[in-house]
Structures are given as structure tokens and as C-alpha cells.
Design a protein around this ligand. Structure first.
Ligand code: LMR
Length: 395
């Protein structure tokens, strides 16, 4: 039977892991997949996670199932982290999932059951894996304008004009913060405007919040999600602990739903749970249990927040260093947008030949389109080397 298959195309982000690993050149630079690295080029286990792991090791007496929704303490902690004290918090229902992708997939399956118009709106551009996730569920994809590729800022006017045309049958996916791939951020005033449109026209906001704490602060990064929650009738949020807890391989995420009433939220959560049962059944426990321990213990939480602040500051430092070096090398402000972007990524808007030249001539691994993970740059010497490569392929 399998002879009917045609080979699948490799995932454009994941394939870079193999290409980079197999490159024998010693000065190679990986700015491909979104993984935070420290000044040694490592992605260490966070201190707060290590302490939580020791605690968990001592406390855990069984490996029996935790249940379909996962760890309810984890679910409450994540809903608090995302919605804080906003009045809508009480109507939020959460389900622990295997990573942020698990949350995206479950929410998408739940929405597909009730969506009238089986299409979903994504930002142009968006994270490469959004497309297969929503397509596999059955949704058709449409794009709303997001990035102005000339200025590398959000084209707010074009975005708002498009949103004005959407109504109650439309589902719109927003990146809560640290837009992937562009790095270009919506400002609080923009979110307020989007929330006002949502209240008026009734489209359903679907927020992918994979980088809370990586842009400005845990609270500021949730501004958009909270603004939308105050406006929307119904809303969903997929959150991830891969980056802000550095729990990448432990696959920790959370699917959240917000309905008009407590009862509607409960029923909707039931549909998320049944989507889970019919795919992987119950989520893995370990990572979620660690996050629950960290967020519910004030001392441990402080340790974590300090480490998270350190990661954020390092990314901002790398952005500014890269901007300064590029200013010096090009005697222009052409690349200044890099320091204005937030999170791990900036989309440099490079063509295929330039991305290829980065890889073949300079051993620099960037994602198609010129998405670079700023947090993948080790130290100032590597930033300099990267800047040289970029100048060489773009001049
Ligand atoms: C990325 O965008 O590089 C990360 O979110 C990792 C992934 O799975 O693509």
C-alpha cells in the first residue's frame, strides 16, 4: 500500500537542524530554529526548573494518569499568568497540552466542529507550522496584511482595514507578542483598536502566545490577549512553555477557551477534551508539573522571573549590538529595525539566493525569507561575523 506515497517535503525550519549539524565548518552559525542560547552557545536547563525537578523527584509517588485535562494546578497557573486579574479570568477554562502545537491543534479541531465558514485568517507572514496545523484540521487559509516588508514594521492601517471587513463567522489568529517570523510588534493602542473592532463586528480572536515574557515583561506581553478578552464574546488562546521555561523537549502547552458564560466555557472545554481523547488522550505530566511547582511557589517563581528577565535582556542586548555593528559597517540605518523588533526573530526579508548564499558561502543557517533567530547568536564576535555575512549577501 505504501508505494502510493509521494515523499513529503521536509519542514523548512526543522530541516535546518540536520543541515547545520552535518556542516563540518567550525565557524558555522545557527540562527534557524527558535531556541534561546546563552553566551556559551548553550540552551541550559533553567535554575528554577532544576529546583522544581528535585522537588518533584522527592514528592512524586506515582506515575498513574493525571487525567484528560492534565494537571489542574498547571492549568490554573497558566490561565492566571495569561489573564491575570482581568474580569474575564473566571470564565477561562484551560487544558494542558503537549506543547503549544498541541494547544493549537486541539483548539483548531474544536473550532472546526462549530465554524460556519471553515476558513481561518492568518497574518501575512506567519509561523510556517500554522499552515499545516490549520490545514490538517480542515480549515481553508486566508491571510490578513501584517508586515510592511519595506519598513519591517506592522502595516497597521492595512491590518485594520482588513479586520473591518470581518464579522462573526471569522476566526482570526493573532500572535500575542514576539510575532513569528517578523519580530514586528503591535503596540497597545493597536491592540485597543483591534479589540474595539472585535467587540463591534464579532470575529473570534485566536491568540497564539508562545513567547510571553520574551518581549517586554510578562504583563506587557499579555496586553493584547487581555484587551481582546475584554472585547470578545468567544475567544481561544494557545500558550507555550517551550521558550519562557526553556522546556522545549518536555512539550508543555495550554489550550484556553473563553465563552460568554461559565456554562458555555465548560461545554466548550469539553469539546477540547474530546479532541484530546481522540488523538493523544492525556498529556505528558513532567513539564507541566514543573511549571505548576514554579508558578505556585513564590520563591521559585522569583528565581524563574529573574532568569526570564535575563534572557529577555540578552536578546535586547544582541539586537542593539547587531544594529550598531550594521550601522558601522553599512554607514546607514538600513538595519535599525532589528533593535525595534521583539522576541527571538526578525524577518530580514531576504530572497532565496541570499539565504542560500548565507548558508553556502558563510555557514549561516537562516530560515527561508531571511528569518533569523537573534537569540541564536553567541557573543559579540559571532554577531560581528553574522553582520559581515549579511552585508556581504545584501550589498
Ligand atoms: C520556531 O519557529 O523556530 C520554533 O517555534 C520551533 C518550531 O517548532 O518551529
Amino acid at each position: 500500500m505504501f508505494e502510493q506515497f509521494e515523499a513529503t517535503a521536509p519542514d523548512p525550519i526543522l530541516k535546518l537542524i540536520d543541515l547545520y549539524r552535518d556542516d563540518p565548518r567550525s565557524g558555522k552559525i545557527d540562527v534557524g530554529i527558535g531556541v534561546f542560547r546563552d553566551a556559551n552557545g548553550d540552551t541550559p536547563v533553567m535554575q528554577a526548573v532544576r529546583i522544581a525537578e528535585e522537588k518533584l523527584h522527592r514528592r512524586q509517588t506515582t506515575k498513574t494518569y493525571v487525567g484528560l485535562a492534565g494537571d489542574e494546578i498547571f492549568n490554573d497557573c497558566i490561565a492566571d499568568l495569561v489573564f491575570s486579574h482581568s474580569p474575564q479570568r473566571e470564565r477561562v477554562r484551560a487544558v494542558q497540552t503537549p506543547g503549544g502545537c498541541g494547544a493549537l491543534r486541539l483548539l483548531s479541531e474544536m473550532l472546526y466542529r462549530i465554524a460556519d465558514d471553515k476558513t481561518i485568517w492568518l497574518s501575512d507572514p506567519t509561523w510556517g507550522n500554522h499552515l499545516p496545523i490549520f490545514r490538517q484540521t480542515g480549515f481553508g487559509i486566508r491571510f490578513y496584511p501584517y508586515l510592511d516588508r519595506q519598513s519591517k514594521t506592522v502595516d497597521v492601517d492595512a491590518l485594520i482595514s482588513k479586520l473591518k471587513t470581518l464579522g462573526k463567522n471569522d476566526i482570526v489568529v493573532f500572535h500575542g507578542c514576539c510575532h513569528n517570523p517578523s519580530g514586528a510588534e503591535l503596540q497597545p493602542g493597536d491592540w485597543d483598536e483591534i479589540a474595539a473592532l472585535c467587540a463591534k463586528n464579532g470575529f473570534l480572536p485566536y491568540v497564539d502566545l508562545a513567547y510571553q515574557g520574551f518581549a517586554d515583561s510578562l504583563d506587557q506581553d499579555a496586553y493584547g490577549v487581555r484587551a481582546l478578552a475584554s472585547a470578545a464574546d468567544s475567544m481561544v488562546v494557545a500558550s507555550s512553555c517551550s521558550k519562557n521555561f526553556a522546556l522545549y523537549r518536555d512539550r508543555v502547552g495550554c489550550a484556553m477557551v473563553l465563552g460568554k458564560t461559565h456554562e458555555i466555557s465548560d461545554i466548550t472545554r469539553g469539546h477540547v477534551l474530546s479532541a484530546a481523547r481522540s488523538s493523544y488522550s492525556m498529556p505528558p505530566d513532567h513539564g507541566g508539573a514543573l511549571v505548576a511547582l514554579i508558578l505556585s511557589d513564590p520563591n521559585l517563581r522569583e528565581v524563574w522571573e529573574e532568569e526570564l528577565t535575563g534572557m529577555r535582556e540578552r536578546m535586547l542586548f544582541l539586537r542593539k549590538t547587531l544594529r550598531d555593528i550594521l550601522r558601522r559597517k553599512t554607514r546607514s540605518d538600513r538595519w535599525d529595525f532589528i533593535a525595534k523588533h521583539r522576541g527571538m526573530f526578525s524577518l530580514l526579508v531576504l530572497d532565496e539566493a541570499q539565504v542560500e548564499a548565507l548558508r553556502t558561502d558563510h555557514a549561516v543557517y537562516a530560515v527561508a525569507g531571511g528569518r533569523v533567530n537573534i537569540a541564536g547568536l553567541k557573543d559579540e564576535a559571532q554577531v560581528e561575523q553574522f553582520a559581515d555575512a549579511l552585508v556581504s549577501v545584501t550589498s
